[in-house]
Design a protein around this ligand. Structure first.
Ligand code: TYM
Length: 332
């Protein structure tokens, strides 16, 4: 089977709906066709301010949510990035073949650096995409399922793979992105022109899997819409309503067109109330399963240690080849 790699940052004790729709649903679907490798990228997570105890908790909570959402640790390899040192090692090499100007063009860095200010921005945030390239290339992944916001990082990964191959000899497989169509991008409920993100200024527009059902419902009911009271998909003119329809469609499997028919002549309140039910029907079982998994830390550790061993075997073999190509003694 071809290999697949993807990861998420443990940036909170709960994944949000954007992570779920943009990535996790595809991860679950792709497990049979690929040998999938899913990583909790805790080394990426220390590029912005964090608390160590909290990071440890969030790392396990993220892994538990992968499993609860349907990642099968028997089928797929599930592991925590820092447990496989080859990521940091190849990450360094990737930094050394990346141009400074090239790295400076990464829009996510520019956004985050602006948010954290010069003082709050560390160099790791700048070199973050090179670590991401290492994550992917270590496994010679054929496919990388991510949301639209990771497209530029994936392009950089492809450029770096090609560059390494032409300079040092054919080594890496150039990965293909797997980015769901634009309609599967989830926007903030309060600011439907920005993507749903845990780093938004307020969390009023953020739907989190681990939140209480009441909190989720309230956030949906308060979601921004528009004044013309017509339930119709139109990203430009009606971003709020279109976002609600997208979420409804992805979670229920109904097409947008059939939802437009179903809700014709009805009010936004109806749409929101039903959407809250659809979202909860998705979140509740994941939340319950996550809590069960977190209640047995020894078992979760066993799963993650085993995942790191399996991932490490593949990663170390790639790193050994890479070291040979660039004239380093073989890693011990
Ligand atoms: P991260 O942790 O920010 O997000 C995890 C995944 O969720 C997707 N996503 C969204 N999709 C649709 N709508 C949204 N509002 C939304 N918000 C987030 C992201 O596109 C992503 O797929 N750099 C990566 C993590 C990473 C990685 C990797 C991914 C590190 N190494 C190697 C793939 C392969 C990141 O920060 O994702």
């Amino acid at each position: 089977k071809p290999l697949l790699f993807s990861g998420m940052q443990p940036s909170s004790d709960s994944l949000h709906l954007g992570n779920y729709v943009g990535a996790l649903t595809n991860w679950v679907k792709m497990q049979d066709e690929f040998q999938a490798i899913y990583c909790v990228v805790n080394q990426h997570a220390i590029t912005t301010p964090f608390d160590p105890a909290d990071l440890a908790t969030r790392t396990r909570a993220t892994a538990a949510q992968y499993i609860a959402a349907g990642i099968d640790p028997e089928k797929s390899i599930l592991f925590v990035q820092s447990q496989v040192p080859a990521h940091a090692e190849l990450g360094w090499l990737m930094q050394c073949i990346t141009g400074f100007g090239e790295a400076s063009r990464m829009t996510q860095f520019k956004d985050k650096a602006q948010r954290h200010g010069t003082e709050g921005t560390n160099v790791g945030l700048f070199t973050y995409p090179m670590l991401m390239a290492a994550d992917i290339l270590l496994y010679n992944a054929a496919a990388v399922p991510v949301g639209e916001d990771q497209r530029q990082h994936l392009e950089l990964t492809r450029d770096l793979a090609n560059r390494f191959n032409s300079r040092f000899g054919e080594t890496f497989r150039v990965p293909e992105g797997f980015i769901p169509k634009e309609s599967a991008k989830v926007y903030d409920l309060q600011d439907p022109n920005s993507k749903m993100s845990k780093s938004a200024e307020s969390d009023a527009g953020l739907l989190r899997i681990m939140d209480d059902a009441k909190v989720t419902k309230k956030k949906i009911m308060r979601g921004v819409t528009d004044a013309d009271a017509e339930i119709r998909f139109d990203r430009e003119a009606k971003p709020g309503v279109s976002n609600l329809l997208t979420i409804y469609s992805v979670l229920s499997g109904q097409t947008i067109a059939s939802l437009e028919t179903e809700f014709a002549g009805r009010g936004y309140g109806d749409l929101k109330k039903e959407l809250a039910e659809v979202v909860e029907a998705t979140f509740t079982p994941i939340r319950e399963r996550t809590n069960e998994l977190l209640a047995d830390p020894a078992e979760l550790d066993r799963i993650l240690d085993r995942g790191a061993e399996r991932a490490g075997e593949i990663a170390e073999a790639t790193l050994a080849t890479v070291y040979e190509r660039i004239g380093f003694p073989r890693p011990l």
